[in-house]
Design a protein around this ligand. Structure first.
Ligand SMILES: [Zn+2]
Length: 576
């Protein structure tokens, strides 16, 4: 019996028909803790149900939770039902590894909704954490039994971590390992088993590293997975899977029971920073980068222009919107982008005035005739076309970075201040999270202290976002001034190399971030300067000297005075 109501909410998945043949068993292998993988699994189930066939969904949830799952699926999905679902031990355990994310709770809600619409859908908790024969064998057995009992012609979709779905034995560290997919294929020799790796284009995910550190971590992906769709490999290309389900860029999905966005008011993040998401700050930086990209100003102007993918959406504007947008771009082209965003006094004053205006009338900057009118006219266009996505991305950025600041911020702030013999600013530093910042992912201005940081670059997200926040904070006067003084005194007449102070900030924020994260994630963290190859470019000698002379001080192996003396010996031009 077809279920027409389902049609509207089932996104198209190119290639899905090759995987969803009647009777097929589709095993999806995910990286836990993303918003996108459970959504992609839900999309696939939705498409499978569209033709009216029954579906069985297997999830890597302990079988002890089955009663709660059934109760929730039969419920109205209201607050009480959700609370009863999330009251299970599994959802409340200490190590939140991403299988109990908000996205997983949303997937269950979606499946509940599909059933309420009449879909023939069974959801099965397949994990047995303490199974004597091993989890993979237990999961395969649970699935084989349920598939045997299911009505014929249905489709099975199973979402697990991305080893269990494999059809071949072995992992790089254990050649004997027999995954659930392989064991299931042995039990169901007649069934068509399709094992798909959920391939992504990088971003962030919420998962646990060794030592119980469960948090949002940035993750590299494959650019080839940017376009979503299912791709079945030729038999000779297969290595343990049948193909890939590409799901695009990924974002971290935090635990369903906690709401990191509503972090405690007295958390470290609230004492040290004040995060803001402001459409006017976002629009100002977007127009600046858009106008620069369009003007094609090359390296002779400070830095190569950034890519501005929003430009591809310009054809969504009505002619009237387009006229307003062009007028604003024109003001930026003629008066604004001729100045350097992070350094020009005019532009810093303008940005500070936008921040101060807080919803009130905007100022008229003397240097850019027509700016106020053109900006005000472009704002509604921006709000309609780009702001919803930009705002969501900024929220996501804060949700992934704030828990890290809450956890590590006090220690980092204290150690940064001690290192420079400075002090943390008295007021929390305002941080605007914005689609664009300066030519790089962030910049800081003073009087008042203000950080603008991008929500769009993985190198400024998650743990790297933590480092770069403390890097930017180090540009505020109570931290920078003592560092500059110390360098001047140590080098005396021989003068420190021009960028040494800035490279010292990179090295200090990177090393201290590595140290505080080491307690929870081990030695996995790579500092921003190394991840972005800054320490192999023109600053290489400065990084080398600081790594030799300054890092031992950050590790408590020498004093600041000894470290400075070593730095001078390495870098100062000889006297005379
Ligand atoms: Zn900097």
């Amino acid at each position: 019996m077809p279920v027409p109501a389902l049609a509207a909410d089932c996104p198209e998945i190119p290639g899905a028909e090759t995987a969803l043949r009647p009777g097929a068993v589709v095993l999806l292998g995910e990286l836990h803790g993303t918003a996108e993988a459970p959504r992609a699994a839900g999309d696939l189930v939705c498409r499978a149900l569209q033709g009216g066939a029954p579906a069985l969904v297997g999830l890597e949830i302990p079988r002890a939770e089955q009663g709660r799952l059934d109760a929730f699926l039969a419920s109205d999905g209201g607050a009480a039902a959700r609370a009863a679902l999330l009251a299970g031990d599994f959802w409340r355990r200490e190590d939140q590894d991403g299988r109990t994310s908000r996205a997983m709770a949303e997937l269950l809600e979606r499946l509940r909704g599909l059933r309420a619409e009449g879909a023939r859908l069974t959801v099965l908790a397949i994990d047995e954490p303490a199974a004597a024969a091993g989890r993979d064998a237990a999961m395969a057995a649970a699935l084989a039994t349920a598939i045997g009992d299911a009505p014929p012609g249905g489709v099975t979709v199973v979402l697990t971590g991305n080893l269990h779905n494999r059809l071949a034995p072995g992992t790089p560290w254990d050649p004997e390992y027999e995954p659930m997919g392989l064991l299931l294929a042995r039990r169901l020799s007649e069934a068509e088993i399709v094992s798909l790796e959920l391939a992504h284009a990088g971003g962030a995910a919420w998962f646990c590293m060794g030592g119980g550190s469960c948090a949002a971590h940035s993750v590299r992906g494959s650019p080839a997975a940017a376009e979503s769709g299912i791709e079945i490999l030729l038999p000779e290309e297969r290595e343990g899977t049948t193909g890939r389900y590409r799901i695009g860029p990924i974002t971290a999905s935090p635990p369903a029971i906690a709401d990191p966005a509503a972090a405690a008011e007295d958390g470290a993040s609230a004492r040290l920073f004040r995060f803001e998401i402001d459409p006017r700050i976002a629009l100002h930086h977007l127009l600046y980068q858009w106008a620069r990209a369009e003007a094609g100003r090359g390296e002779e102007f400070w830095q190569v222009p950034l890519d501005v993918p929003e430009r591809a959406d310009a054809d969504r504007l009505t002619p009237e919107q387009r006229a307003r947008w062009e007028a604003a771009l024109d003001v930026y082209r003629r008066h604004v982008i001729v100045q350097d965003l992070p350094f020009a006094d005019d532009l810093l004053r303008l940005k500070n005035a936008i921040v101060r205006a807080e919803g009130e009338a905007l100022p008229d900057p003397g240097f850019a005739p027509g700016w106020r009118e053109a900006f005000a006219a472009a704002l509604p266009v921006y709000r309609e076309i780009w702001w919803p996505a930009h705002e969501a991305r900024s929220r996501q950025w804060i949700e992934t970075v704030r828990p890290l600041v809450d956890r590590h911020g006090d220690e980092l702030a204290r150690r940064v201040a001690d290192t420079y013999a400075g002090a943390w600013p008295e007021e929390p530093i305002r941080v605007d999270v914005s689609p664009y910042a300066s030519h790089h992912g962030a910049y800081t201005s003073t009087r008042p202290n203000h950080v603008t940081i991008t929500n769009a670059e993985p190198s400024y997200a998650g743990e790297s976002g933590l480092e770069m926040l403390f890097h930017e904070a180090s540009h505020t006067p109570p931290l920078t001034q003592p560092l500059l003084r110390t360098l001047d005194e140590a080098f005396g007449d021989r003068r420190p190399p021009g960028d040494l102070w800035h490279v010292a900030i990179f090295v200090t924020a990177g090393e201290l971030t590595r140290q505080v994260l080491a307690a929870t994630v081990g030695e996995r963290y790579t500092r921003y300067a190394t991840a972005q190859s800054l320490d192999r470019g023109r600053w290489k000698p400065l990084f080398a000297a600081l790594d030799d002379a300054w890092v031992p001080y950050l590790r408590g192996e020498t004093t600041r005075t000894e470290a400075m003396a070593a730095l001078v010996a390495a870098l100062a031009a000889p006297d005379g």
